[in-house]
Design a protein around this ligand. Structure first.
Ligand SMILES: Cc1cc2nc3c(=O)[nH]c(=O)nc-3n(C[C@H](O)[C@H](O)[C@H](O)COP(=O)(O)OP(=O)(O)OC[C@H]3O[C@@H](n4cnc5c(N)ncnc54)[C@H](O)[C@@H]3O)c2cc1C
Length: 437
């Protein structure tokens, strides 16, 4: 450790869910913690689809769904395959999803400040409007270079441990060579808008009532065949909607994210949900999509990486998860960093406790379960051919055009013959899908 006395036990960089919860839990253990955020307020720079799977947060803040700025409890999950003029959906509506808390919608401009306030109440010193430019390093007790603080402009702050919770790009972890620049196929671009609609209109259009909400996951024509999908979530008096597009496929197909987003919002199946809505916010952000392959190193001397900075996201095609994994990693980091501080060993060896807790948590368990999902979702047929096949089958089932009726199996065989999908594709994708999802 440096000869200079540290200013804090822990510096946390980034007041998203990962950073705010790590800071809160470490302060609760009695450590001095500063939480540094470059936005003028927590949440000001953040953008997320907005469905938070809330069980892990409920363990940190029991009953949070009743006190936090939560928009709606998701009780309806709709998965839709789109073609240019048709849609085929699976609509699961389940009241039991409301209680105990499962998925809720949040707007980050309200939710992140709430989390940061809880951290401040626990004694965390919040520094908004400050961008950390670099890490300070010095030789540690084991002779290996160790992180001893951060530099923001001309100011330096020192700590026993620095926690990087700085989101998908994690320049801090990259700056010391701990993590590589993510390859393009591990990243997606998200474009999102928040559209105001009166509460009653939302409830009528989405068939929900009270504080219930709906989450729509959409694939196919909405992304012009580009790997990724669209989302449409209900808030109390607004909708969160957008597209998440694999960066490598977007570049390969020569499209821009804005072009795809505009196509999505004007799609004849989507447009009626948005009618007469007023756009309140609009933005774009990268998302980590590499799954298990992207996790890599998360600990070095005096330094740990949490949340999306550590690549912790899961896109299974049905659900996009990042916030709950960010919070899960914060819980693991608070345990591991707490143990290292108590033992007086904040070298990489001491902080390895964080990695152990992370490996044992639901975060890594779920990343392992969905380890094959990113490769599976790279199959192009998901974004066009299967939607067309499903629409073809349902068209023939419901179109009574005077020709003699056929059994469903014969209808399906006919639609398959006309489609771009071969029996071989169907078997290969089916088997891969069973193993990936
Ligand atoms: C379009 C889109 C849709 C998504 N949909 C969902 C969804 O529905 N559900 C879900 O769970 N996840 C979703 N995600 C993913 C989710 O938003 C992230 O995984 C989650 O926000 C990660 O939390 P975090 O705390 O690790 O990082 P972030 O929320 O990114 O927070 C990082 C913080 O660090 C700050 N920061 C960065 N650099 C510095 C610096 N140098 N100095 C000071 N501060 C800094 C930033 O301003 C920011 O506040 C979506 C993402 C996108 C883009």
């Amino acid at each position: 450790m440096s000869a200079e006395e540290p200013d804090f036990d822990v510096i946390v960089v980034g007041a998203g869910p990962a950073g705010a919860v790590t800071a809160y839990l470490l302060a609760r253990q009695g450590h001095s913690v500063v939480l540094i955020e470059r936005g003028e307020a927590p949440g000001a720079k953040n953008l997320s689809g907005g469905v938070l799977y809330g069980r892990v947060l409920d363990e940190v803040f029991p009953g949070f769904a009743d006190t936090a700025p939560v928009e709606r409890r998701i009780t309806r999950h709709v998965t839709t395959f789109l073609t240019a003029d048709s849609s085929v959906s699976i609509d699961y509506a389940g009241k039991p999803l409301a209680e105990p808390v499962n998925a809720v919608t949040v707007l980050r401009a309200k939710f992140d400040p709430w989390l940061a306030e809880r951290a401040e109440e626990a004694g965390v010193f919040l520094m908004p409007g400050v961008r950390v430019d670099e890490l300070l390093t010095e030789p540690g007790p084991d002779g290996v270079r160790q992180v001893v603080g951060v530099k923001a402009g001309d100011d330096e702050l020192r700590a026993r441990v620095v926690v990087a919770a700085d989101g998908v790009n994690s320049y801090l972890a990259r700056s010391i060579g701990l993590r590589p620049k993510p390859p393009e196929h591990h990243l997606a671009v998200g474009v999102k808008a928040v559209v105001h609609l009166p509460r009653q209109v939302i409830e009528d259009r989405f068939a929900v009532s009270g504080d219930e909400g709906a989450a729509h996951a959409i694939v196919g024509d909405c992304t012009l065949g580009i790997g990724g999908g669209g989302f449409l979530y209900t808030n109390a008096e607004s909708l969160s909607l957008g597209v998440v597009l694999r960066l490598d496929d977007l570049i390969k197909k020569g499209r821009t994210a804005i072009e795809v987003f505009e196509h999505y919002t004007s799609h004849p199946v989507l447009a009626p949900y948005l009618r007469d809505g007023e756009i309140l916010e609009y933005g774009s952000h990268l998302v980590a999509e590499g799954g298990l392959e992207m996790v890599g190193e998360v600990v070095s001397g005096g330094f740990v990486v949490v949340g999306e900075a550590a690549g912790l996201t899961i896109n299974s095609g049905l659900t996009v998860r990042g916030m709950d994994l960010a919070i899960g990693s914060a819980v693991a980091a608070a345990k591991g960093v707490g143990e290292a501080l108590a033992a007086g060993d904040t070298t990489a060896t001491g902080l390895a406790a964080y990695r152990r807790h992370l490996d044992e948590s639901f975060v890594m368990a779920d990343l392992r379960t969905y380890g094959r999902a990113p490769a599976f979702l790279e199959r192009d047929r998901m974004y066009g051919a299967y939607g067309e096949l499903a629409a073809g089958i349902f068209h023939d089932v419901f179109s009574l055009d005077g020709t003699p009726r056929k059994h469903l199996a014969a209808v399906a065989r006919g639609a398959l013959k006309r489609s771009r999908v071969s029996v071989r594709d169907l078997i290969s994708d089916g088997w891969a899908g069973v193993r990936a999802l």
